[in-house]
Design a protein around this ligand. Structure first.
Ligand code: NAP
Length: 315
């Protein structure tokens, strides 16, 4: 980890928020805690998790300044509260902390699905409290308090989906907080977010979960051969398919419409490729693979992925 004098992003002389509360100490919650402390984004950082063992581990790791026993205690008097729990738990946590929220506080979350979170949280939002939902498009396949690191959000997008009529200052301060951690911020509606993420993140995860499951089920390919020859493409899918089961169960249950829409389009396109293979239509296959190669090069050019040669030099 970097020291304060050699931080991965500029350290602020004045914090953005007085008291920051982080509910849920997993990969995302602990990464925010590391970054916010290292970069002085909040004067006091209080974390909480429903799991006692996780709270104990967070204390050992020195995450934030204080570990509270309950979400309510953590949220009391906080200026910025971030729900870092699975999407399906956001509504229940909002109910739990509602009476602890002070007027003017900014409530946020990091859920990978936005519309369902907005619908679950908004009815419990007390008068005078602002809600600015966020989704950092950054992560790894690891979970828990040990998985976090401060530079997780550096040069990664964080999408804010404030409901119509949200206070402009609350949006600006939330933006400032994420930019303070090195993220690039974009604002869109929750509905648009869910559609975009269905194709860029949710569907790829579903395909990875499916292909790894299929390979495991195949009686003709032994377990050891799957592992031995995994560099042929399978290995990249296994990394994605190792992602947290609870988090991903909730993503599919709460972004059902958009995922089903994208899955329908995916199946149609797959039929085109299937036909091309069946009828020996090399031209269709070559054209398709050339188009997809351009997309990959575009992602590298935008700095959202390193070129393969650089990755090889580093490993
Ligand atoms: P994680 O590592 O599994 O951590 C989630 C933590 O929240 C766990 O300690 C969990 O405890 C706790 N929790 C669950 N329900 C709770 C409740 N009702 N009250 C208090 N704590 C509760 O998950 P994560 O990867 O950090 O993901 C958190 C959120 O970030 C999710 O909404 C996810 O969609 C979003 N996100 C994840 C990624 C990623 O790549 N991982 C990227 C962007 C956004 P238990 O273990 O006891 O359930």
């Amino acid at each position: 980890m970097t020291t304060a004098s050699e931080s991965f992003a500029p350290r602020r002389s004045e914090p953005i928020f007085g008291r920051l509360a982080i509910i849920g100490i997993g990969l995302i919650g602990s990464s925010i805690a590391h970054a916010a402390k290292e970069l002085n984004l909040a004067g006091r950082i209080v974390l909480s998790d429903r799991d006692e063992a996780v709270r104990a581990r967070a204390r050992e790791l020195g995450l934030g300044h204080e570990i509270a026993e309950t979400a309510f205690e953590a949220a009391r008097d906080a200026d910025h509260i971030i729900l870092c729990v699975p999407v399906g738990a956001c509504g229940a946590v909002a109910v739990e902390i509602a009476l602890a929220l002070k007027p003017g506080a900014i409530l946020s979350d990091v859920g990978s699905v936005k519309n369902a979170v907005v619908e679950a949280v908004m009815p419990h939002l007390p008068e005078g409290v602002h809600f600015v939902p966020a989704h950092p498009v950054a992560g790894t396949e690891n979970s828990g308090p040990d998985a976090g690191f401060p530079s997780l959000f550096l040069n990664r997008w964080c999408i804010l989906t404030p409901p119509e009529g949200t206070d402009a200052t609350a949006i600006a301060r939330t933006r400032q907080f994420w930019e303070g951690m090195g993220a690039l911020v974009e604002i869109m509606t929750a509905q648009h977010h869910d559609l975009v993420l269905a194709i860029t993140s949710h569907l790829p995860h579903l395909i990875a979960y499916n292909i790894v499951g299929t390979a495991e089920d195949l009686a003709a390919v032994t377990q050891s051969e799957v592992i031995k020859f995994s560099a042929g493409g399978f290995r990249d899918f296994t990394r994605i398919a190792a992602s947290d089961p609870t988090m991903w169960r909730d993503v599919f249950l709460h972004n059902k419409e958009a995922v089903l829409e994208m899955l329908g389009r995916f199946s149609e396109d797959l039929s085109v490729l299937t036909r091309a293979i069946r009828f020996g239509d090399g031209e269709t296959l070559h054209k398709h693979f050339t188009r997809t190669r351009t997309i990959r090069r575009g992602i590298v050019a935008l700095g959202q992925e390193k070129p393969e040669t650089e990755k090889l030099r580093k490993s």
